[in-house]
Design a protein around this ligand. Structure first.
Ligand code: RBF
Length: 213
């Protein structure tokens, strides 16, 4: 029994008009994969369309702040260019690589008409840092958390902190919702919280931008 965790708010949010970017690291993919899937499924339950979720991967968590920053800027450049969908033309298409979530059905061919091409409404940075025997963990955790905060404040785009900072493999598995032998408590996939936070922050940021409080 624990008192920790996120309470659901009183408001529900409609994600159907949102365009969301997920950038995930490839270190510790066994936990990254379910975290990304949990994030995607949750956002889809809030109405975010699959074709409006853009997924990019980078090598490690250290690369997350820079990559989020550049991808946000690219989406804003794309939005301000008139009449041309840069998403489908090189070299931007190589940068903004739309990937269909592997466990879901790919978007149908006519879905391209519904695909949003504007700036991202929120960005979710997903990584998993697991402490080793050197000081790397401490340096990377600190830099990545500071870096991601800075990206959000500098860009005015909500950045969701989807980075697990774990002392052990078991802690990482548990937070990715992977059940472990001998444990009675059901593991919780934190991707669910990140998906909900992204939709909420994106909707609120849009509302606040219009001066509506
Ligand atoms: N990246 C992660 O996302 N999670 C890790 O647990 C992780 N551990 C690392 C441990 C060491 C000793 C090193 C050198 C790198 C590690 N990285 C990890 C990769 C790091 O985020 C980055 O990709 C590389 O340092 C290249 O810039």
């Amino acid at each position: 029994m624990t008192i920790k965790g996120l309470s659901s708010g009183t408001e529900s949010f409609d994600g159907s008009g949102l365009r969301i970017l997920i950038v995930h690291a490839r270190w510790n993919m066994q936990v990254i994969e379910p975290l990304v899937q949990g994030t995607i499924e949750t956002m889809k339950q809030s109405g975010v369309k699959e074709e409006n979720i853009v997924i990019e991967n980078v090598s490690g968590s250290w690369e997350l702040p820079f990559s989020c920053s550049r991808l946000i800027a690219a989406s804003q450049r794309q939005a301000s260019s008139t009449g041309v969908d840069l998403m489908s033309s090189a070299p931007l298409s190589a940068l903004l690589n739309t990937v269909s979530p592997s466990t879901t059905t790919p978007p149908s061919s006519h879905s391209t008409s519904k695909r949003l091409t504007g700036p991202f409404d929120a960005v979710i940075a997903i990584g998993t840092l697991i402490k080793g025997s050197t000081m790397h963990f401490e340096y990377i955790c600190e830099a990545v958390s500071q870096g991601l905060m800075r990206v959000g404040l500098d860009s005015n785009v909500p950045v969701i902190f989807g980075v697990l900072t774990c002392l052990t493999d078991e802690q990482a598995l548990e937070r990715a919702g992977i059940a472990q032998a001998g444990r009675e408590e059901k593991a919780h996939n934190h991707g669910i919280d990140w998906g909900n936070a992204a939709v909420e922050q994106a909707c609120k940021a849009k509302r606040w931008a219009t001066g509506s409080l």
